[in-house]
Design a protein around this ligand. Structure first.
Ligand SMILES: *Cc1c(COP(=O)(O)O)cnc(C)c1O
Length: 391
């Protein structure tokens, strides 16, 4: 069977039931170490076991199946799973840079990742320049002789800024700069950055890859030339690996990733269109809407959009956003996203291009994650919450 499709890879790739007594769902190897048959094998195999499992921080059969699948889904050669998305981002960044290097990162990157870049990396005298990233000239202008890494996140997860991955990676290659992208928004189902020229792709698996809000994990995927070193150093040596049980849960989550993403997409687009037509709403942020300023670019490098949408209230008031979110029935008030359940949080949007600290320069709105509930229930719930927020 050559070139299986995405759904078939999720269901079968990397699995061989014959290895495990015919078990259709691969078993969970929840053990830290693996016994060897005799002393000679031990002496031969200690350290990096050749074809044998030795110690779970190095490798584990359950995690191996997951990494094999994720590498193929993301069009890379190798994948390494981590205990969280943050650990995966840190691994990719630490692999890319050394003391004295310079990083260019998009200013809409995930908050804790920004903290790694601008606070933690100071220990190693690594400087970071943040750019808006919507224009290739943003990156061109920020390059220094010691720039080693472009850190991207496209789309971002609050206002969905998009970077032109083909153009940016072409520029990076001209200057010998490594590119890393946080592809969590799209999952490999909707976007494959490696095909567009990106070197390393990271995901938080806590969101859609897990998909059930019951695990914390992350993954980095790339070519073997990068991943061999990243696997052994930032993976095995720093040791922030994924627990086998979380790997097992993620394998389970992956089986339904394509059908979940299709439903997140269709429900969320319906809701984004509803929001756009609502008299209390001024702006809706969603890259699948034609009104999104980068909609064309989104269509040129992504195959779909996820369950996230954010919008601003016309009156811009904090009290409206709070009342709206508090009035929702089916949406939990919670951080994160990517699970089966719908979520809502009040957020504030800077009104100018520059991020000002004065709260009066913000306009309040909300970010929603549209889950897998009945779309009509989610729409009706929003409708009654808008009515309450209007009073
Ligand atoms: C949640 C998130 C992360 C961090 O992942 P954890 O699994 O929580 O460590 C990174 N990037 C994005 C875009 C996220 O939403």
């Amino acid at each position: 069977m050559s070139n299986p499709g995405f759904e078939t890879i999720c269901a079968h790739y990397g699995e061989d039931p014959e290895r495990f007594h015919g078990a259709v769902a691969p078993p969970l190897f929840q053990n830290s170490l693996f016994a060897l048959p005799d002393a000679e094998t031990f002496l031969d195999q200690a350290g990096r076991g050749k074809g044998r499992y030795v110690y779970t921080r190095v490798s584990n059969p359950t995690t191996d199946i997951l990494e094999t699948k994720l590498a193929v889904l993301e069009k890379g050669e190798m994948a390494r799973c981590f205990g969280s998305g943050d650990a995966a981002a840190a691994a990719a960044i630490f692999y890319a840079v050394k003391t004295g290097d310079h990083v260019v990162a998009v200013d809409t990157a995930y908050g804790p990742t920004r903290q790694i870049l601008s606070e933690y990396l100071q220990k190693f005298k690594i400087e970071v320049t943040y750019v808006r990233g919507n224009e290739i000239s943003d990156f061109e202008a920020a390059i220094r002789p010691n720039t080693r890494l472009f850190y991207l996140e496209s789309p971002s997860s609050l206002i969905f800024h998009i970077q032109d991955l083909r153009e940016i990676t072409r520029l990076a290659k001209e200057h010998g700069i490594l590119t890393v992208i946080d592809n969590s928004y799209s999952t490999p189902y909707f976007q494959n950055p490696i095909e567009l020229g990106v070197d390393l792709v990271m995901h938080t698996a806590t969101k859609y890859l897990g998909g059930h809000s019951d695990l914390v994990g992350g993954v980095v995927v790339g070519k073997a030339e990068h991943m061999m070193s990243l696997r052994d150093n930032e993976g095995t040596l720093l040791g922030g690996i994924l627990d086998p049980f979380a790997a097992w849960l993620m394998l389970r989550g992956l089986r339904t990733l394509p059908v979940r993403m299709d439903r997140h997409q269709s429900s969320c687009l319906r809701i984004a269109e509803y929001l756009e037509s609502h008299p209390m709403v001024s702006v809706v942020h969603h890259p699948g809407l034609e009104s999104h300023p980068q909609h064309k670019l989104a269509c040129s490098q992504m195959r779909g959009t996820n369950g996230l949408v954010s919008f601003e209230f016309k009156d811009g008031k904090r009290s409206t956003a709070v009342k709206f979110v508090d009035s929702l029935q089916y949406y939990h008030i919670a951080v994160s996203w990517g699970g089966y359940e719908s979520l809502a949080i009040p957020i504030r949007f800077p009104t100018g291009a520059i991020q000002l600290t004065d709260p009066s320069d913000y306009r309040w709105g909300s970010r929603l994650h549209i889950g897998l509930e009945t779309p009509e229930d989610l729409l009706n719930d929003l409708d009654q919450a808008f009515k309450k927020a209007a009073t």
